[in-house]
Design a protein around this ligand. Structure first.
Ligand SMILES: C[S@@+](CC[C@H](N)C(=O)[O-])C[C@H]1O[C@@H](n2cnc3c(N)ncnc32)[C@H](O)[C@@H]1O
Length: 297
């Protein structure tokens, strides 16, 4: 504890350089609490902040970590996030002709798996063209993704699958109604201020029969396991963030935001409230994270 406190003091003494936001050219409107005319409060990790401030802070987190995002994912999860994402793609099981919208797509991990999955199916039949749109609110994350796509050969020319990069907000997507057959969001929805709006938008942009899939950190089934996981999360992850990425606070936020996200059953109910049917979930690594899935019927 003493070590942790001195590391925190050391870091707090070093003011982070001001983030230069590269948004998609829009800002968010914080909603007002009608009874008091005050801006509505929400949580940013364990802090209570107004909604607009949360939006800015989340933006700052991913602006700050973008360059180190991929290496930190490997370090924090000991590489297990790769397996979770592989399983996620196997559950989606896209076919030739799928049109995927990967929201909060960041640096492209899910979209690259999608393209690989289709490649492994063999050449597409005539007229069955597939595409993916990687949508993220943070241009810095998308920029890292675009460089990775070029470097790793995930281009239309190399794979035959269209890949587009779209800067946009999951809560108000700028894509037409019923324009995608699949929607994915991996480790993104807990960062959004209004989960219900994200789900509404997912429902709007999917074609009838389209599938919603979410991969997100979740809750462990018993207190002992949760306690062990908390020890690792709160004591180790921010330290790794400081050592590898030179940043403590974004990783502390990451851990806190996981604790604030609704558990498996509550989130399932929210997906049903948005109109999805056949909603189910599957725990991965005892519930460290979960895959939720539903159909627009
Ligand atoms: C933890 S990263 C996940 C990236 C990627 N899906 C993956 O699994 O590696 C979370 C992403 O959500 C994005 N994000 C946060 N709020 C968002 C919003 N309202 N709309 C779209 N993207 C958002 C962040 O910019 C960040 O790239």
């Amino acid at each position: 504890m003493a070590l942790r406190r001195s590391v925190i003091r050391f870091i707090s003494s070093k003011r982070p350089s001001p983030a230069v936001y590269r948004t998609c050219g829009f800002s968010t409107q914080a909603s007002k609490d009608e009874s008091s005319n005050k801006t509505k409060q929400t949580h940013f990790g364990f802090q209570s902040v107004d909604e607009e401030e949360k939006w800015k802070k989340v933006h700052e987190v991913f602006e700050t970590v973008a360059e180190k995002y991929d290496v930190m994912n490997d370090a924090m999860s000991l590489g297990i996030h790769r397996l979770w994402k592989d399983i996620f793609m196997q559950r989606l099981a896209p076919t030739h002709g799928t049109k995927l919208l990967d929201v909060a797509g960041g640096t492209g991990d899910i979209s690259f798996r999608y393209i690989n999955y289709l490649r492994n199916l063999g050449p597409p039949p005539e007229g069955k063209h597939s595409s993916v749109t990687v949508c993220d609110i943070n241009q810095a994350m998308l920029d890292v993704g675009k460089v990775r796509a070029q470097r790793q050969g995930f281009t239309r020319e190399a794979t035959g699958v269209d890949i587009d990069w779209l800067c946009g907000d999951a809560e108000k997507l700028t894509v037409p109604d019923e324009s995608y057959t699949a929607y994915t969001i991996a480790f993104g929805i807990r960062n959004c201020t209004h989960i219900d709006k994200v789900l509404e938008e997912a429902y709007r942009v999917l074609t009838p029969g389209g599938r919603f899939m979410c991969l997100e950190f979740s809750q462990l089934p018993n207190n002992t396991m949760q306690w062990l996981y908390d020890q690792y999360s709160f004591q180790v992850i921010p330290v790794l963030g400081q050592l590898i990425a030179g940043q403590w606070k974004p990783y502390q936020y990451l851990v806190e935001s996981i604790r604030q996200f609704p558990d498996q059953e509550k989130f399932k109910a929210m997906i049903e409230d948005a109109g999805f049917r056949q909603v189910r979930y599957e725990n991965l690594t005892f519930g460290v994270c979960a895959i939720h899935s539903g159909f627009k019927i």
